[in-house]
Design a protein around this ligand. Structure first.
Ligand code: AGP
Length: 610
């Protein structure tokens, strides 16, 4: 995601645009830029790097402009550079636009525009926007924007500035946020309220499909589907810090709640229209190569490693080839059996984890083809891999990884289905039920968030005073239990252990004492009888067992002290839902213990040392 700002009013625009971008820098920080109208010309200043680099380039030259737009970028198409920074211009430098989102059909539009004489300067999907508006512009910027967005597929929040309309700004929104701030004779656009709180608390939140015109004299007009609509102005009483977190107390909670959006962005353009295949344009494996793969190596650290464990199970069950998952820091010591018949999958949110980078290089040295799953465009690991499948989760600020994990799972499932189809292991008919459920996962995750947060906040109160908590599960549930335990320990400092439920009786059950909290994941119907036995063993020692299962799990509910019930989904996809309550549980336990949730002690967001 990126940060957008726009201003029209009596005050100097440059300082307002810069302050607005700084308040949204966490939304993207690989480049930034502004465009203002001055002396009947568009003045464009852009710089790679943080907003401080842009400020340096402006060098205090605030000028006289009182209308402009700005953008701080989280790159999706086109590596971070001056030329790929927003705002982007049309051919005649009369229209400037900023954009947050992904224009899926940008290549087709770009080709169409080039055929009509347009010249592009960048590799971005965004640059198609000012050229499209230019194509349709005949003196009416609003009409040109309406015709432009009618051509777009994908997600966008975009704002246009035009030298022929000096006291107006026009914007459009689909699937990415865009706010209008209404001041005293002045108006603002922004991606989130954090940027506007310092100027006004009267805000108007644009809805999907809205196109908005701000006219300094006439005020705000909003249209949807070509017709005028009314959007309610709301009064925001948050402080600035709260606004950066979208009103949430911590970035971690905000990012947990962003998961439906992040999944939607990650799915976008990758599900075939008939839901019988996955389209990963980033991959160009030949049939011959696919036939030559005889093992898969997944390597990662921490949460990314836990995602890899889920990927292993899905891939082995559908591809019927051996999949090894290694902790990157161990990988280099075990002389791994990797060669040109190995497909290596390197998972890293930051794309900078040194242990994981060294593992990538080890795989390369041994002849493997390398697919990276990263969340940061142009990161070191994404650059050194042969292929990159990005998770479009947007910047993950909290040290505890949540939306990155769930989108890593999404990419691993999509890669599994993609390979299963092309390796002839599954037909479109066999994949359709799974792909159809994958496509609706953003909605299901939203249901989990809506249905269980209060119950989990209460359940967390039962953990907060314990120094040890156990997570148990079998199969996929064991992999997710490992992630749940990591979440809890890294932000609440409660010692948490995840155990394969069947392994408990081989020693660890000695640690179970009356009242100790045990989180029992039981989402795999085939394993219910044994899971129920494990829970009964724990209850016989007076543990306090919180179950996690799907509807109809009477057998589990009867033996647990309480059970969190998830929406039904194919057991193969259950990790996509079962992890969400565990993220919330860790969060509320940490809050209850007064911990520094977003920056836990001793930890860093990206571990670039060995
Ligand atoms: C996740 O909650 C942790 N903060 C940590 O384990 C993290 O997943 C690990 O350091 C790997 O980071 P990466 O995905 O950026 O490589």
């Amino acid at each position: 995601m990126c940060g957008i700002i726009g201003y029209v009013g009596p005050r100097l625009a440059v300082p307002i645009l810069l302050e607005g971008l700084k308040a949204q820098e966490y939304r993207g920080y690989d480049s930034a830029g502004i465009a203002v109208l001055e002396n009947d010309m568009i003045r464009l200043i852009r710089a790679q790097g943080k907003i401080s680099a842009l400020e340096e380039r402006i060098g205090g030259e605030v000028g006289t402009a009182t209308v402009g737009i700005g953008h701080t970028r989280w790159a999706t198409h086109g590596r971070p550079s001056d030329i790929n920074s927003h705002p982007h211009l049309d051919c005649k430098s009369e229209i400037a636009m900023v954009h947050n989102g992904i224009i899926e059909n940008y290549q087709e539009l770009r080709d169409w525009l080039i055929e009509r004489g347009h010249v592009f300067a960048s590799q971005t999907d965004t640059e198609t926007l000012p050229h499209l508006v230019e194509h349709y512009y005949n003196g009416d910027l609003l009409a040109a924007m309406m015709q432009t967005v009618a051509r777009l597929e994908g997600s966008y929040a975009t704002v246009a500035l035009c030298k022929h309309d000096p006291r107006r700004l026009v914007a459009a929104r689909r699937d990415n946020p865009l706010i209008i701030g209404i001041g005293e004779g002045e108006y603002f656009f922004a991606s989130d309220m954090a940027a506007l709180i310092q100027y006004t608390r009267n805000m108007l939140v644009l809805q999907n499909g809205d196109i908005a015109l701000i006219d300094e004299e006439k005020g705000v007009s909003v249209y949807n589907d070509g017709k005028p609509v009314t959007r309610e102005t709301i009064y925001i009483d948050w402080d600035k810090d709260a606004a950066q977190k979208g009103g949430y107390e911590h970035f971690m909670l905000k990012e947990i709640h962003e998961q439906p959006w992040a999944l939607g962005q990650t799915l976008r353009g990758r599900i075939a229209a008939d839901e019988r295949d996955i389209e990963l344009k980033e991959l160009d494996f030949s049939t011959e190569y696919l036939r030559s793969i005889n093992n898969i190596a997944i390597v990662a650290c921490g949460t990314a490693y836990h995602a890899g464990l889920v990927g292993k199970k899905a891939m082995e069950s559908m591809l019927r080839i051996p999949v090894e998952v290694d902790i990157a820091s161990e990988f280099q010591y075990r002389d791994p059996i990797i060669d040109r018949h190995t497909l290596a999958i390197i998972i890293s949110q930051s794309g900078e984890t040194m242990d994981t980078l060294l593992a990538l290089r080890e795989c390369r040295k041994r002849g493997a083809k390398i697919v990276a799953i990263c969340n940061v465009l142009d990161s070191t690991i994404s650059r050194e891999a042969d292929y990159v499948l990005y998770t479009w989760a947007g910047p993950e600020i909290a040290v505890a990884s949540t939306k990155a994990y769930i989108t890593q799972l999404m990419v691993l499932y999509m890669l599994t289905f993609y390979l299963a189809r092309r390796m002839g292991m599954k037909s479109g008919d066999e994949l359709q039920p799974l792909i159809s459920q994958l496509y609706r996962l953003p909605e299901k995750v939203g249901q989990v968030l809506d249905s269980c947060e209060t119950e989990i906040e209460q359940a967390a109160q039962q953990l907060k005073d314990w120094s040890d908590v156990f997570f148990i599960g079998r199969g996929y549930d064991y992999s997710v239990a490992l992630e749940g335990a990591l979440k809890l320990k890294e932000i609440s400092y409660i010692h948490a252990e995840a155990y394969a439920a069947g392994e408990l009786k081989h020693g660890t059950i000695a640690l179970i004492e009356p009242g100790i909290p045990v989180i029992a994941l039981a989402t795999q119907p085939a394993m219910h009888p044994r899971m129920v036995s494990n829970i009964v063993e724990l209850k016989a020692r007076d543990a306090h067992v919180i179950g996690l299962s799907f509807g109809g799990c009477q057998d589990v509910m009867e033996v647990c002290d309480q059970t969190l019930v998830l929406p039904d989904i194919d057991p193969l996809l259950s990790p996509m839902l079962s992890v969400v309550p565990l993220q919330l549980l860790a969060y509320y336990a940490a809050v209850a213990r007064g911990c520094e949730v977003d920056q836990p002690r001793n930890l860093a967001k990206s571990v670039t040392v060995l």
